[in-house]
Design a protein around this ligand. Structure first.
Ligand code: SF4
Ligand code: SF4
Length: 298
């Protein structure tokens, strides 16, 4: 597997709004299930990874994803049918995607939902290769190639030309999302009374810090192969998420505020990606190397 990521970041950005007409970007479905939210390219974290983000003080970077219960076992919460195991709504935990000013694929800068850890200027990952770099990102697009599924690299090629997927041999990979991942990467919430109201806000893209903390804490307290959740670990994790005050959380707030006001004051609505220096790096975000020194990093 070999990819050409310079100037791309297609797997880290929601670029549906800038895709040429006729290019289909509807791949968030996993098997028969559709997500409840509208996030594009959510990175599914393992329980170990969720705990690592919490230890690093980055609990405010995480968000859950629930699934619509259109087929198979389900449970109703807030008037929505949710995919469930044994009456417990199932969910992933991923990385938040605030709007950032980015210019992928040679386009002009524009506000697009972008992974919290993507440097908007270099379009490189701020945690690439370190302890927090998610497995799902490190392996991408290997799982797709192993399953003979479409890759984001090929979607970018179809939309904007160029060569992104240079070698499509996945090597010896076991797909990450096997059924045995329950409790390890796929989680089940044990108490629907604690998520009433939260489900509706998640579906509407209006989740609060408390909403996210409720699910993230369950994931942090889960164990592979088990549906039950350790109460003490859950309580500790919830406090950790609620108390998180990282550069990521502060940057997300500022990006969201800037994006909502873009153009409203008569100024340009084409913000420079270099704003990342002010909004992220000045708060302590790790720098990225740029493409002169690192030619294969996304
Ligand atoms: S892995 Fe593929 S989609 Fe992601 S940045 Fe690289 S070339 Fe683009
Ligand atoms: S963690 Fe890094 S590689 Fe993964 S989606 Fe976010 S920016 Fe992209």
């Amino acid at each position: 597997m070999e990819v050409n990521c310079e100037g791309c970041a297609g797997c880290c950005i929601d670029w549906r709004s800038v895709a040429p007409e006729g290019v289909s970007l509807d791949h968030e479905r996993r098997g028969p299930y559709r997500p409840l939210d509208d996030t594009y390219n959510l990175v599914p974290l393992s329980g170990d990874e969720v705990r690592a983000f919490l230890r690093a003080g980055l609990g405010d970077a995480l968000t859950p994803r629930l699934w619509r219960g259109e087929r198979g076992p389900s449970v109703a919460v807030d008037g929505r049918s949710l995919a469930a195991i044994d009456g417990r709504p199932v969910f992933f935990v991923g990385l938040r995607k605030p709007p950032k000013p980015v210019a992928p694929f040679g386009l002009d800068p524009t506000w697009l939902p972008t992974c919290a850890f993507l440097d908007p200027e270099t379009l490189q990952c701020r945690v690439h290769g370190d302890d927090l770099y998610p497995d799902a990102c490190e392996r991408y697009p290997g799982d797709n190639l192993a399953l003979d599924a479409d890759t984001e690299c090929e979607r970018v090629e179809r939309a904007f030309g160029g060569e992104r997927l240079l070698d499509d041999d996945p090597g010896d990979l076991t797909p990450l999302l096997a059924p045995s991942a329950v409790g390890g990467r796929l989680f089940a919430h044990p108490d629907r009374s604690r998520i009433e109201g939260r489900v509706a806000r998640l579906a509407d893209g209006e989740a609060t810090r408390e909403d996210r903390a409720e699910f993230v804490a369950v994931a942090a307290a889960a164990a592979p192969g088990r549906l039950d959740v350790d109460t003490e670990r859950y309580e500790r994790a919830r406090e950790t998420v609620l108390g998180a005050d990282s550069w990521v959380g502060a940057a997300i707030e500022e990006w969201t505020e800037r994006a909502s006001g873009a153009g409203a004051d008569g100024t340009s609505d084409l913000p420079p990606p270099s704003l990342g220096v002010v909004v992220e790096a000045s708060r302590g975000a790790p720098e990225t190397p740029g493409w002169d020194e690192n030619q294969d990093e996304s």
